[in-house]
Write a protein that binds this ligand. Structure first.
Ligand code: SF4
Ligand code: F3S
Length: 106
């Protein structure tokens, strides 16, 4: 499965959503997650993210491993997002900021 990681937080560009053939993205206030049971591993979303926040599970950087559980958990309570929308207002300023995991709103 593919996993959305920390750098999506406070950016939420949603380019990823547009290309997903199975609509398995779920949206929270400032982050998006992939439902691990619905993702078919097509890899289309990975290069689309301007924030480079999407990784194959087996290629996750060590410091992003917690996002496997975060995606699985939040995909169960957040609503589906199937169409691209505007990024968060300060997305470009937040792209690349460290320790954004602390800013995740559930
Ligand atoms: Fe959707 Fe494919 Fe990305 Fe999985 S890898 S979330 S199926 S676009
Ligand atoms: Fe987030 Fe990147 Fe998608 S910033 S919403 S994973 S395009």
């Amino acid at each position: 499965t593919f996993v959305v990681t920390e750098n999506c937080i406070k950016c939420k560009y949603t380019d990823c959503v547009e290309v997903c053939p199975v609509d398995c993205f779920y949206e929270g206030p400032n982050f998006l997650v992939i439902h691990p049971d619905e993702c078919i591993d097509c890899a289309l979303c990975e290069p689309e993210c301007p924030a480079n926040a999407i990784y194959a599970e087996d290629e996750l950087p060590e410091d992003q491993l917690e996002f496997i559980g975060i995606n699985a958990e939040l995909a169960q309570s957040w609503p589906n997002l199937a169409e691209r929308k505007d990024p968060l207002p300060d997305a470009d300023d937040w792209d690349g900021v460290e320790a954004k995991a602390l800013q995740l709103v559930r």
